[in-house]
Design a protein around this ligand. Structure first.
Ligand code: HEC
Ligand code: CU
Length: 380
């Protein structure tokens, strides 16, 4: 029960924010059953959903109503005994076969049309590459920009080409009425078009809907829809964000942003996670201290890191070891941990890796959440 609590709270928060979306944004209304729809696929999907739902209401009241009626009508009144009930009624039997068949076939065709629409990606789609990993998403845009939340242009079909670094995930944007599994070793695609830009702080929720491990609920992200001009501007800015940060501020400004991709598995305060904490947890110091030549930090079943780091060894410098740990995580496994870290090759640039290593060197300047403690002072 206790484990479920955060998810329940998250849903409550999601509902609150869902309610805060201005009605003008939705293309289908929010009701008892569905949140506001916000993609071009939503009207048809919602229509079929409600159509089936109303058929259910109809038959529910018909069946239950007749049941009560018959119970009353055929109750025992005296001592009469009925020898035989009716055995055959052609009209009735044809009726209850043909009418449901027609209804079911109609539902099939409506569903099939919706399915084909949802599976046929329009040719002029804007493509975003999606990588799912425990526990987060990396969205990569045609100009090389990457982001942790999803940004899409309004009024244009968007195609997501998705793959997984590790296990089965599933990408779900409920307001767009789209959901698709993300499967290791295979590409899956999905598309949608949102015509109304999100205003101000509004956004649509994006969830992982395939239970993928302890950090599954950390995969909730936001979807922002920007008008074409704002989107083009955002995309250009986003591609350059790392380059625009001056060298001496790289670790403090870019570090925490990039660490968001590691935080699902690595803590900074020595607490255990899916991966070893970057803080001191085995007496060999924090991640930077224990990567120095002479380190007694154990990898590959009991070997000290000292065997690998130092002049003439596999890694000349601590930076070399840390860089390899990020790009080629399976090379040496820290004792007590499995080969669970995805490679970040092609996902984080050299400058990004510099920023992360810089953060490791100054770990005492960051709080447990990865925020730079001196940010307030620096702003003065
Ligand atoms: C899915 C979980 C996961 C994510 C996400 C992850 N790691 Fe790891 N990481 C691990 C595991 C497990 C290990 C231990 C096994 C190994 O050495 O590969 C590890 C080991 C490391 C090590 C070596 C630690 C040591 O004590 O020597 C470094 C450095 C590292 N990760 C950096 C990163 C960075 C930087 C990121 C984010 C960009 C990141 N990791 C994201 C799971 C993860
Ligand atoms: Cu997941």
């Amino acid at each position: 029960m206790l484990n479920q609590l955060p998810t329940v709270l998250m849903q409550a928060e999601a509902d609150k924010l869902g309610a805060a979306l201005t009605p003008a944004q939705g293309v289908t209304p929010r009701d008892f059953w569905l949140p506001e729809g916000a993609s071009t696929l939503a009207p048809e999907i919602d229509w079929v959903f409600h159509f089936i739902n109303y058929i259910n209401y109809f038959f529910f009241f018909l069946v239950v109503g007749l049941m009560f009626y018959f119970v009353w009508k055929y109750r025992q009144k005296g001592r009469e005994v009925y020898a035989r009930g009716p055995s055959h009624n052609t009209v009735l039997e044809l009726g209850w076969t043909i009418i449901p068949t027609i209804i079911v076939v109609v539902i099939f065709f409506m569903g099939f049309r919706g399915f084909v629409d949802a599976k046929t990606v329009p040719a002029n789609s804007y493509q975003i590459d999606v990588t799912a990993l425990r526990y987060g998403w990396i969205f990569k845009y045609p100009n090389g920009a990457t982001s942790d939340d999803l940004y899409v242009p309004a009024g244009q079909p968007v195609k997501l080409v998705m793959r997984s670094e590790d296990v089965l995930h599933s990408l779900y944007i409920r307001d767009f009425r789209v959901k698709q599994d993300v499967v290791p070793g295979r590409y899956t695609t999905m598309w949608f078009q949102a015509d109304n830009p999100t205003e101000g702080d509004d956004f649509h929720w994006l969830f992982c809907t395939e239970f993928c491990g302890v950090g599954h609920s950390n995969m909730n992200r936001k979807v922002f829809v920007l008008n074409q001009t704002d989107f083009a501007e955002w995309e250009t800015e986003q591609a350059r964000w790392l380059d625009k940060i001056p060298e001496n501020e790289l670790y403090s400004k870019a570090g925490p942003k990039l660490f968001a991709r590691c935080a699902g598995c690595h803590t900074l305060d020595g607490k255990p996670g899916t991966g070893p904490s970057w803080g001191n947890y085995d007496g060999t110091g924090d991640i930077w201290a224990r990567s120095q030549p002479g380190s007694q930090h154990k990898v590959d079943n009991g070997k000290p890191l000292a065997d690998f780091i130092g002049p003439g060894k596999q890694y000349e410098t601590p930076e070399g070891y840390l860089r390899a740990s990020i790009l080629n995580p399976g090379e040496h496994l820290v004792d007590g941990y499995g080969n669970a870290m995805p490679t970040f090759r092609g996902q984080i640039s050299d400058r990004g890796i510099d920023a992360l290593i810089g953060m490791m060197k100054h770990l005492d300047e960051f709080d447990a959440k990865g925020q730079w403690k001196k940010a307030a002072e620096a702003a003065k």
